[in-house]
Design a protein around this ligand. Structure first.
Ligand SMILES: Nc1ncnc2c1ncn2[C@@H]1O[C@H](COP(=O)(O)OP(=O)(O)OP(=O)(O)O)[C@@H](O)[C@H]1O
Ligand SMILES: [Mg+2]
Length: 267
């Protein structure tokens, strides 16, 4: 099973949208895909019509560890979605209390990594949606994933959030745990606005090595698909937003192609 996380300490940058749409694509390409909603606000759970205020079988239960044993097998809290090959480990609002209850020093930073190991035979991919703050949930996601996607909204000040996120990765790297490889993903790109073009330009100048070669365009269809509870990549696979996530997925699955394309100045 491959584990990817999507994180940025800045809110509203397209994290949940990226997880839902990459997940929809993986599932429609036949990969058994598990989505993890690590955000106590539960936006992704709500996307799939699960209410984080009342969901009891949520990721919260994995953190109720007894003598370093999981209180529940993660399989018991997996919820199916109405889409083939797409399952969800949902959030509940109670997860907001975890930072007060737990300390990463007690081994609580590896809860998700351990739970996913138990699910390895059942899924080809696990995609983790993170909350926009650094805490025990994000640390768990970063420790569990082999690749991190950092969506950056192409607008003024967005680079500040990215830099905060990169400092977090650096801190994790220095704490002895290998920090994951990462891809910076420019989102909500509108080529008509100066905010978008100049942000993309500064990303290219300062973060060329890890920057994805293309962009996710601004597309109102994402919001519409979210209202309907269907990943846009499943509802309208030929929509331009869906096509952009498709290209991203191809590059994530075949990183050598991505290097080749950026070397020749693709997109
Ligand atoms: N490419 C896009 N074009 C237009 N709207 C988008 C795009 N990506 C996301 N959105 C919209 O922007 C809003 C924020 O997106 P999303 O919820 O994915 O961000 P987030 O980073 O998960 O936010 P949070 O930090 O609050 O969890 C949503 O209403 C979503 O539908
Ligand atoms: Mg979100």
């Amino acid at each position: 099973m491959k584990v990817w996380a999507v994180a940025n300490q800045k809110g509203g940058v397209g994290k949940t949208t990226s997880v839902v749409n990459l997940g929809g694509l993986l599932a429609s390409r036949g990969y058994r895909t598990l989505l993890l909603d690590m955000d106590p606000h539960g936006s992704m759970s709500s996307y799939f019509k699960l209410d984080p205020d009342i969901t009891e079988d949520s990721l919260y239960r994995l953190f109720q560890v007894r003598q370093s044993r999981l209180a529940v097998h993660p399989k018991e809290i997996v919820h199916p979605t109405r889409f083939e090959n797409l399952a969800l480990l949902p959030a509940s609002t109670a997860m907001a209390t975890l930072d007060r209850q737990l300390s990463i020093a007690d081994g609580m930073g590896l809860v998700i990594a351990r739970a996913l190991k138990l699910l390895t035979p059942d899924y080809d991919f696990a995609l983790i949606d993170c909350p926009p703050q650094l805490g025990v949930l994000m640390v768990n996601a970063l420790a569990a994933c082999e690749h991190l996607i950092i969506p950056v909204q192409t607008e003024f000040l967005a680079v500040k959030g990215l830099e905060r996120m990169l400092r977090t990765l650096d801190m994790i790297g220095r704490s002895g745990h290998p920090a994951p490889e990462y891809t910076i993903l420019p989102t909500m790109f509108d080529r008509r606005t100066r905010a978008s073009t100049s942000t993309l330009q500064s990303l290219r100048e300062c973060h060329a090595t890890n920057l994805w070669r293309a962009v996710i365009p601004v597309d109102t269809q994402f919001r519409e698909a979210s209202r309907m509870g269907i990943p846009l990549t499943i509802r309208s696979p030929n929509d331009r937003g869906s096509l952009a996530y498709g290209e991203l997925l191809d590059d994530l699955l075949h990183p050598a192609t991505q290097e080749h394309l950026s070397a020749i100045g693709g997109a």
